[in-house]
Unconditional design. Structure first.
Length: 143
């Protein structure tokens, strides 16, 4: 079954949106298989956002994501990567439609509430950066 990495960013944690965000994905029928509240070290932030290194906003991005706790998650489900991206909404606030997480809660391109992997390759890479294999659980989803 497909897995993806997502995290509620420091602005989402500070605004007490963790429960609402988790609830949306649960209601959709996706399954949480890993989660932790953590403060990201600068070295991990630089690795995670490696593809943006050199862009004008890279410093700001690393500074923000390490500024407070994030809620890191691994979700599992049929087509979870594409579905979660649709549910998060576009990165640019003006393009994030109402009904999406960013569309309903976000106003800024940097402080945009949530991150989610954009491809199977980035999901595998990001899950590996944030979680050890033994931190992910398997369970019967049909109960
Ligand atoms: P995210 O999905 O976490 O992946 C890369 C992040 O870079 C993105 O969300 C935005 O928060 C951030 N980002 C993209 N463009 C800009 C920008 N112009 N200024 C600041 N942050 C940006």
């Amino acid at each position: 079954m497909e897995k993806t990495f997502m995290m509620v960013k420091p602005d989402g944690v500070q605004r007490q949106l963790i429960g609402k965000i988790v609830s949306r994905f649960e209601s959709k029928g996706l399954h949480l298989v890993g989660a932790k509240l953590m403060q990201i070290p600068v070295s991990l932030a630089e690795q995670h956002y490696g593809e943006h290194n050199g862009k004008p906003f890279f410093g700001e991005l690393v500074e923000f994501i390490t500024s407070g706790p994030v809620f890191a998650m691994v979700w599992e489900g049929e087509n979870v990567i594409e579905i979660s991206r649709t549910m998060m909404g576009k990165t640019k606030p003006a393009e994030a439609l109402p009904g999406t997480i960013r569309g309903d809660y976000g106003l800024f391109v940097g402080k945009n509430i949530i991150h989610g992997s954009d491809s199977p390759e980035s999901a595998e890479r990001e899950i590996g950066l944030f979680f050890k294999a033994e931190e992910l659980v398997e369970y019967d989803k049909d109960i």
